[in-house]
Design a binder for this molecule. Structure first.
Ligand code: CTP
Length: 433
C-alpha cells in the first residue's frame, strides 16, 4: 500500500486546497493530511489565521479524500510522521519548492504546481479590514505601523495631533492615508484608536473615543487616578467596546506560560518575585510610570493584585533628580521586589523563587520568548523557548481582533480589576516617591 502525506493550514478552505489534497490522494492508496495547530502557527509567526483548528480539520474531512487527519504541532514533526506512518510520498505545493528536499532521505518528496489565483492570504484581504488611528504629540509610532503588517485584517490608516506639523510629519514618515487635527472627524474615520500621547492628555481622548464606540489601545498607565480608570472601564462596557492597556508583557506566550507554570506549583510556593529594569533599556526614554507598570504587572500576575503594603525607596541625586528605586510589595507569605534604574544601569532580569526551585528570565524579561527553571532534584536547567518577533505589538493587535470578533467588552489578558489594582499601587509609589 502506497502511503501519501500532505500538510497545510487550510485556512478559509478554498479550491487550491481541494486540488492539492485530491492530487495527493491520486498518488497513493492512503492519504494522511496534517493540519497545523494554532500554537504552531503562532510559533512560526503566522498570526493571521482566521479559522479555528476544528473548523480547518472539518473542512479537510468534508472533502472525503483524507483517510486520516493529524495535527502538525511543532517544527521537525514531518520527519517523525514520515517514519511513524511509514510514508512513501510527501506532497506539498510548489511554493515550498526545495524547502523539503532534506526529507528525500526518508521518502519521495513531490512538489505539485499551485492552483493559480487563489490563496488564503488573498481571501483574508477581501474580508473586513479594521482601521487604526494614532493619537500622538510626536512623530514616533512605537512600532505599531510595522507590527500591524504581520496581522491581517488590521491597517493603520490615519493620525491625529493637535499640532498640524506633527500630524503631517507622522503621516509622511509612516506613509499613512491621512492626518487630522479635528478629533471628531478623526474618530469617524477609524475603528480602533491607539492613544500614545503623554499621560496628562490621554483620558480626554480615550473617553471621547469610547463614547464614539471605538476600541481603544492606550499606553500604560492609562491614568494615575483609580476613580478615573474605573469610570473609563465602565464607559467601555456600556458602549460595548474594549479599552486595552498596552502592557505588552501580558500578550507574550513565554510570560503567560511562566505564570501558568508558577500557579501550577512548578517551583512550589512562591516566596519572592524580583525584577530589575533599567529605564533606558526599557524602550528607551519611556516614563518612570510606564516602566514600573510592567514590573508591577509581572509581580501581580504571579502573586496577585491584593498586596498588603507597598513601599518605595527612591534615591535622588544632589540636584534632586530621581536615579534609582527599590520598591517592595508585601504579600501575606511572599514579597515582590522591583529595582528600577532611572539613569543607572541595573542588571535586567526577573526571578521567581519558590520553595522547590526558581525561574529566571534573563535580560529584557518584559520583551522575551525565553525563560529557564531550576527545580529541586533536577540536576539540569529546564529551558523554555517561544517564538518572539518584533517588539510584541503584533501579539496585542492579534488578540484585539479576537476580542472584536467575539464581541468582548473586557480584555482577558489584563482584566479591568487588575489594571485598577495596578493603578492603586502606582498611586502609592508616586505619593511616596
Ligand atoms: N496550495 C495550492 N494552491 C493554492 C494555495 C495553496 O496548491 N492556490 C497548497 C499549498 O502549496 C500547500 C497546501 O495547499 O501545499 C496548504 O497551503 P496553505 O498554506 O494552507 O494555503 P495558502 O492559501 O497558500 O495559505 P497562505 O496564503 O496563508 O499562505
Amino acid at each position: 500500500m502506497k502511503k501519501v502525506i500532505t500538510y497545510g493550514t487550510f485556512d478559509l478552505f478554498h479550491r487550491g486546497h481541494y486540488n492539492i489534497i485530491k492530487k495527493a490522494r491520486e498518488l497513493g492508496d492512503y492519504l494522511i493530511v496534517g493540519v497545523t495547530s494554532e500554537s504552531y502557527d503562532i510559533e512560526r509567526g503566522k498570526l493571521n489565521v482566521q479559522d479555528s483548528l476544528l473548523k480547518r480539520i472539518e473542512n479537510v474531512r468534508r472533502t472525503g479524500l483524507a483517510d486520516e487527519i493529524i495535527i502538525e504541532e511543532y517544527q521537525g514533526q514531518k520527519v517523525n510522521d514520515i517514519i511513524k506512518y511509514d510514508i512513501d510520498i510527501l506532497v506539498i505545493g510548489s511554493d515550498w519548492r526545495g524547502k523539503f528536499d532534506y526529507l528525500n532521505n526518508y521518502c519521495e518528496v513531490k512538489y505539485l504546481p499551485r492552483t493559480k489565483d487563489i490563496s488564503s492570504t488573498k481571501l483574508r484581504s477581501e474580508g473586513k479590514i479594521y482601521t487604526i488611528g494614532v493619537v500622538t504629540e510626536e512623530a514616533f509610532d512605537n512600532g505599531i505601523v510595522a507590527e500591524s503588517l504581520y496581522v491581517s485584517g488590521i491597517h493603520v490608516k490615519s493620525v491625529f495631533s493637535e499640532a498640524e506639523e506633527t500630524a503631517r510629519e507622522f503621516c509622511e514618515k509612516y506613509e499613512l492615508h491621512s492626518y487630522m487635527t479635528d478629533y471628531q472627524e478623526f474618530l469617524s474615520s477609524v475603528d480602533i484608536v491607539y492613544v500614545k500621547c503623554p499621560r496628562k492628555n490621554r483620558v480626554k481622548y480615550i473617553e471621547q473615543a469610547i463614547e464614539n464606540g471605538k476600541y481603544v489601545i492606550s499606553d500604560s498607565p492609562i491614568t494615575l487616578e483609580p476613580d478615573v480608570l474605573k469610570r473609563l472601564f465602565q464607559k467601555a462596557q456600556k458602549h460595548r467596546v474594549v479599552l486595552v492597556e498596552k502592557l505588552m508583557l501580558v500578550y507574550l506566550r513565554a510570560f503567560n506560560q511562566l505564570v501558568w507554570l508558577t500557579h501550577g506549583d512548578m517551583v512550589g510556593k512562591v516566596i519572592s518575585v524580583k525584577c530589575s529594569i533599567s529605564q533606558d533599556v526599557f524602550g528607551g526614554g519611556k516614563s518612570f510610570n510606564e516602566t514600573v507598570s510592567h514590573a508591577i504587572c509581572a509581580v501581580m500576575k504571579i502573586l496577585g493584585g491584593e498586596c498588603l503594603e507597598v513601599a518605595s525607596n527612591a534615591v535622588k541625586d544632589e540636584e534632586g533628580r530621581f536615579v534609582y528605586d527599590m520598591i517592595t510589595m508585601k504579600y501575606p507569605h511572599a514579597l515582590g521586589t522591583i529595582e528600577i534604574g532611572s539613569t543607572l544601569d541595573v542588571e535586567n532580569g526577573l526571578a521567581v523563587i519558590g520553595t522547590r526551585g526558581r525561574i529566571n528570565v534573563p535580560n529584557d524579561w518584559w520583551n522575551t520568548g525565553y525563560f529557564e527553571a531550576k527545580i529541586e532534584g533536577n540536576e539540569f536547567l529546564k529551558r523554555f523557548s517561544f517564538n518572539f518577533e518584533g517588539n510584541g505589538f503584533r501579539y496585542l493587535l492579534q488578540e484585539l481582533l479576537i476580542m472584536i470578533s467575539d464581541n468582548r467588552t473586557e480584555c482577558t489578558r489584563l482584566f479591568y480589576e487588575e489594571s485598577e489594582a495596578l493603578v492603586n499601587i502606582l498611586q502609592v509609589i508616586n505619593q511616596k516617591g
